[in-house]
Each structure stands twice: as C-alpha cells, then as structure tokens.
Design a protein around this ligand. Structure first.
Ligand code: ATP
Length: 646
C-alpha cells in the first residue's frame, strides 16, 4: 500500500482504474528497483507493481500485465520469435542529439563521463524548453514503438528508427520518473536494474496469490501466505520452463491462478523449451563419486550444435537452437531429412539432439568448425557443402504427452521405438551403460577417436533422471577428453575490451579483455586478458568483427576492476576459452566475493572458438567460476597432487 501511495504521488496520480498504465509508473518502479541491491526488496517492489497492474486493468484484460512483464525483462516476445532490441550507440547518440538540439560531440563527452547513455538522455532533456505538451507515454504505446523499431529493416531503416526514438524521447514528460533513461537503456538492449528473470517470475507468482486473496475475500496469516507464495512460485517456475512464453502463461495465470496452470499450460511442440545442461567434471573418479549408488549411462558428447526438433500436430517440423532460435532456415536439409528418421507412430514430438557435420563421402564426423562454416540464414539445399547428421539423445514429448517427468531409461526406450537410424542422416547417440572405470575410460577414448569431444554421463533411473529444462543439472555430467588436464572445462566469455597491437600489428587489436556474466546483477565481470597464440589472420578477423562494437565509454554494467584496455566493446561477442588454471586476483572482478574478496582470473587463457550460438548473457557465470576454482583447490589439496599457483 505504501508503494501504491508513493507511486501515485511520484507520477501525479495519472494512473486511474481501467486506464492503461503510464510508462512513468513502470519507470518509477525501475528507479526503486535500481536503488536497492536486496533481492527480497526487488521482489516485493515488483510484486506490488504487478498487483497494481492487475487491479487497475479492465476486467478480463490480460495483455497489460503481459506487456509490463516483457518491458521489465526488456523483451518484446518469446525468444523463439527472435525480435530483439539492441540499437548501436551511434544511432542512439544521433537520436538524443536531434531530439534535444545538442551536438553529438557534447553527448559523447557526457557519455564518457557518465558511462550510461540513459542518464545522458535524461540530463540532455532538461536543456530543451518544451514548446508543446505531448501526450504522456503509456506502457502499451512504448511497447508498440519499441516493437516497431525492432521490426524496422531495409532501406532508410536508420532514419526511420531515429524518428521513432525522437518521438518517444520528446514525449518523456512525467516528473522525476526518468522515462528517457529507461527508453534508451531498453533500446540499447539492457535495463541494468539487476532484475533477473527468475526474480520476475517469483514476483509474478506472488502478485497473483495476493490478487486471488483479495478476490476470494480471504485473510491469510503470514505463515499461510508464505506457503501460498512458495507453492505458486514453484508451479509458475516449472510451467514456464516447459512453456517459456508469457503470451500463454500470463493469460492462463490470470484466468485460473497458479494452481490451474499445470493443466492449462504444458510443453507444446512449436514452442522450444530451454535445454537441460551439464556440469563439468575433471575425471572419471569424480563421475563415480558423484553418481555413487545410481545407475548411469555414458553417451558420446558430439561436437556439433544443439538441435531441438519439434514436430507439430499438423505435421510440420521446426529445428530450434540452444538459444531457442528457429534454425529451420539454416538447416533446410535437416528439415528435409527428418521425415525419414521417425516412424509413422510418432505424430508429434520434441526431440533433443546434436546436429553434427559429417564427411559426404566417408560419413566420418567432422569438428564443429566445419559446421560453423555454414551460412546461418536463407540456406538453399542445393548450395550446401557441409552435410549434417542428427544424433538423437532424448525425447521430451511424444504424441500429446510430455515425457519430462519420466526416467531417462523410459525416454530412451520411446526414442528408439519411434525413430530409426538412417545412414548419414540420423542416428541415436552412441551409449554404453557399463559403470566401471575401465569401461568408461575405454568408451571415452573411443568417442574421441570417432571425432567427439568426450562423454556425457547421465543418471538413468528414478526422479533424479527427469529432464530438467534450463538447468545445469548434476544429473548430467560432461567429461571432455581435452580438458582433463586443464581447469576441467572451457569457459564462454564475453569480449569487453581491446588492446592495440604492437609493431606491425598496430592496425589490429593484439589482445583482448574478457568477462564473465553475472545474471543476478546484470553485470559483466572482467576475468582476464588474452593475447597470446593468435595468428595474424585470426587477429584480423577478430578486429573486423569487434571494430564495429567499439563504444565510447566504459558501460555502467561492466565491472572492469583494475583492467585498462585501449578500447571498450559493446559486450556481444562470446568466445570459448581454455585455461591452465584459475587464480585469485586483485585486478579482476569475476566471482568477486564468492570464494574470496578478490576476484578470480584465468592463467594462460587460450582462445578455442567463437560461440555464435551463445548470447552475451549465456556466458559462463560467476557461480560456475567459483565452483571451478573450489574444485581445483580441492584437487590440489589431495595427496599426491602437485600444487599450482593461485
Ligand atoms: P559446451 O557445449 O561447450 O560443453 P554448453 O554450455 O553449450 O557447453 P553443456 O551443458 O556444457 O553445454 O554441454 C552439453 C552440450 O553438449 C549440449 O548442449 C549439446 O549441444 C552437446 N551434446 C553433444 N552430445 C550430447 C549428448 N549425448 N547429450 C547431451 N548433450 C550433448
């Protein structure tokens, strides 16, 4: 209630029942969230805001809440529809300059000082007297304009985008609500209010519980309320991980509360779920320790690209990437091959698989690099040079039924019953169910000989082998041959800065600053400088890609610690990197505070490849780095192990 009063006061009582929420109401909530680091407080603020949206929306309106939710996580649609914001700095500087009558250079100078273009936009506005009074921005209006900008492409798209942005900026008139700040940040692609999606889901569940309490005239005590909160949160989280689209989950949630959600929203072919991921392991001994007493299976870890294949009720087929991107246009050959790979008994399904490049003549597996040479868009079957074979390892849905809560042994059985191997087109992931060290070692060697990265080891029976969407689960362990001697696994890191090359390489970047990504605080944390082992050719290609991403100032969501590169980049490009080991560092900020008050850095980092199947916020997180550091420390403390630096 206090939040409601504060909000109404801040925006001058402009939000009435049955009217659209002013955008300022949302940005007021953002400013309150940005001002705290406490997760519980963030959840409470957002819960209060969502509750207000529900209460003040017209009866039966579920769309307003949906739009607010999307704006809170800075998205416009479910991931698989692929519409994204992320407008470059120079275009935004231009729009701010033109809408405020200031020079671009002045804006850039301010940006260098502030590090946040959103704040610069707010400060720039006050320089300009308002000649006419535009209509206040509402949430649906801003959402529609952002969507329009994201959809604009082709001829003169830059000018069109600048015009829409200028109109939005000119209409930012609410007192002290800092609308311009968040419009600009939304356009940039990151809100930077430390609002992780998992917190938003909790707030959504809580708001619906409170609203239902109101509706049903109940008065729960604190204990009962906490119980209701917990139950609702669990349901919303699990349903959303199966059906990750607010377009369906929010209307269902408002219609039947959390309790009805499991019935109304289920895994559906056509809507990709976030894949289950694995934890790294360093040795077969560790696998045996972790899975002691459990039945498990080893599968080849194929070196390709994850492919989640959906067959819809109408018989059409779609292939989605690890990031829920629709890859059907990248893999027209896979789409063509598929009907031969499943039997008539499989009317609809969701298959989890790896797409791997193979040699056209010998059928041998080729490394991921070959696959990455394929074009990503508008691929024509007749132009395809690199042939792809699909290796199925899991079945998540079959003929109207979700299989997520069935043990892997059953899912595998169904997979083998309803699919069939077709030479060079489809096969089942090769597996071995033997659990002795010798057999695992032999199978690991064999997998590497056959061109795989190593093994995936998975629990087979009971609840511990259920499919866990979007989780890096301890029920799946990866054992990569290459990494047994290093830190145990490679890291996926974001390139945030560059150092100019020396000597004949002055036109190129010679070294780079890398960062991990902390989803909780929405910050990139610097982890190491990487500069050795690049050939001239590789440096050239990196320079070409990264030059485009140079920005004028260190962004506020980059925590660079003591690192001082010559240029900063928009955090976009993800590299897979290996290191000799991890060490504590007073300079770098990765995982700072998790194992020590210092950060963690990589020693002897080595570039492996560009991960263009990962977004910058899919990069390795600080908890994973802390975990790797702790495992390394543990391994070094075991008798017989040589101590290494750090
Ligand atoms: P990386 O692929 O670099 O190991 P990642 O973060 O993409 O890292 P992980 O969870 O670490 O994913 O490893 C699992 C990945 O391995 C899957 O995403 C999938 O693409 C691939 N893979 C290959 N073979 C299998 C298999 N038999 N079972 C599961 N995943 C497999």
């Amino acid at each position: 209630q206090q939040f409601e009063k504060d909000l109404d006061k801040a925006i001058g009582g402009t939000w009435k029942k049955d009217t659209e929420p002013p955008y300022a109401a949302l940005t007021y909530t953002f400013t309150r969230i940005e001002a705290t680091t406490k997760r519980l407080e963030i959840t409470a603020l957002l819960t209060s805001f969502f509750l207000l949206v529900i209460k003040r929306s017209k009866a039966g309106d579920t769309d307003t809440l949906r739009l607010c939710v999307y704006l809170c996580i800075n998205r416009l649609c479910p991931d698989y529809q692929g519409l994204e914001l992320g407008i470059g700095e120079s275009l935004l500087v231009k729009a701010i300059a033109e809408s405020t009558g200031r020079a671009k250079e002045a804006i850039k100078d301010d940006l260098k000082r502030e590090g946040d273009l959103g704040t610069v936009a707010v400060n720039s506005r006050s320089h300009q007297p308002t000649l006419w009074k535009p209509k206040p921005l509402t949430v649906p209006f801003v959402f529609a304009r952002l969507t329009e900008i994201a959809k604009t492409s082709g001829n003169a798209s830059q000018t069109k985008k600048v015009n829409v942005i200028m109109k939005l900026l000119a209409a930012c008139t609410a007192p002290a609500a800092l609308e311009a700040k968040y419009i600009i940040r939304s356009l940039e692609g990151k809100l930077r209010i430390r609002l992780a999606e998992r917190t938003l889901i909790v707030a959504l569940a809580h708001a619906v519980v409170l609203w239902q309490q109101d509706q049903e005239g109940k008065k729960w005590n604190n204990e009962q309320l906490a119980e209701q909160f917990e139950e609702a949160t669990g349901i919303v989280k699990s349903v959303y991980s199966e059906l990750p689209t607010y377009d369906l989950v929010i209307p269902a949630l408002l219609a039947g509360g959390a309790k009805g959600l499991r019935e109304s929203c289920k895994l559906t072919p056509g809507i990709p779920l976030k894949p289950m991921l694995a934890k790294p392991t360093k040795a077969i001994g560790e696998v045996l320790d972790r899975f002691e007493g459990k039945q498990f299976t080893c599968e080849y870890k194929y070196d390709g690209e994850r492919a989640q294949v959906h067959r819809m009720q109408d018989g059409s087929v779609a292939v989605f990437s690890r990031n829920s991107e629709d890859m059907s246009k990248k893999y027209p050959d896979l789409v063509e091959q598929l009907p031969r790979c499943f039997k008539e008994s499989a009317h609809s399904f969701v298959l989890d698989a790896e797409a791997v490049a193979i040699d056209k003549n010998t059928g041998k597996l080729l490394p991921f690099q070959e696959l990455s040479r394929r074009k990503r868009k508008d691929v024509k079957i007749e132009d395809i040079q690199v042939k792809v074979c699909l290796f199925g390892f899991d079945l998540l849905f079959l003929n109207g039924e979700s299989l997520l809560r069935k043990p892997l042994s059953e899912r595998r059985e169904l997979l083998r019953t309803h699919f069939q191997a077709v030479d060079g087109e489809f096969d089942f992931a090769k597996s071995s169910d033997s659990n002795t060290t010798e057999d695992i070692q032999a199978f690991l060697e064999e997998s590497v000989k056959d061109g795989c990265e190593g093994l995936m080891v998975k629990t087979m029976e009971s609840e511990s082998s259920y499919y866990e969407p979007s989780r890096r689960s301890i029920s799946w362990l990866k054992l990569k041959k290459d990494y047994l001697d290093g830190v145990g696994d490679s890291l996926d890191l974001v390139v945030i800065g560059g150092f100019h090359g020396k000597g004949k390489r002055t036109a190129l970047y010679g070294a780079f600053l890398l960062a991990c990504y902390d989803a909780d605080s929405e910050t990139y944390q610097a982890i190491c400088k990487i500069g050795t082992g690049f050939t001239e050719e590789v440096l050239k290609s990196h320079t070409e890609i990264l030059k485009e991403l140079e920005v004028h100032a260190l962004r506020a969501d980059v925590d660079a610690g003591g690192a001082k590169p010559d240029v900063w980049f928009e955090p976009k490009v993800v590299w897979e990197v290996l290191a000799a080991d991890l060490s504590l560092s007073p300079v770098y900020t990765a995982a700072k505070g998790l194992v020590d008050e210092r950060g963690i850095s990589l020693r002897f980092p080595r570039f492996i490849r560009i991960r263009d199947d990962k977004n910058s916020d899919d990069a390795t997180g600080p908890e994973q780095i802390a975990e790797m550091y702790e495992r390394q420390a543990l391994a070094q403390s075991k008798p017989g192990k040589k101590k290494r630096g750090g």
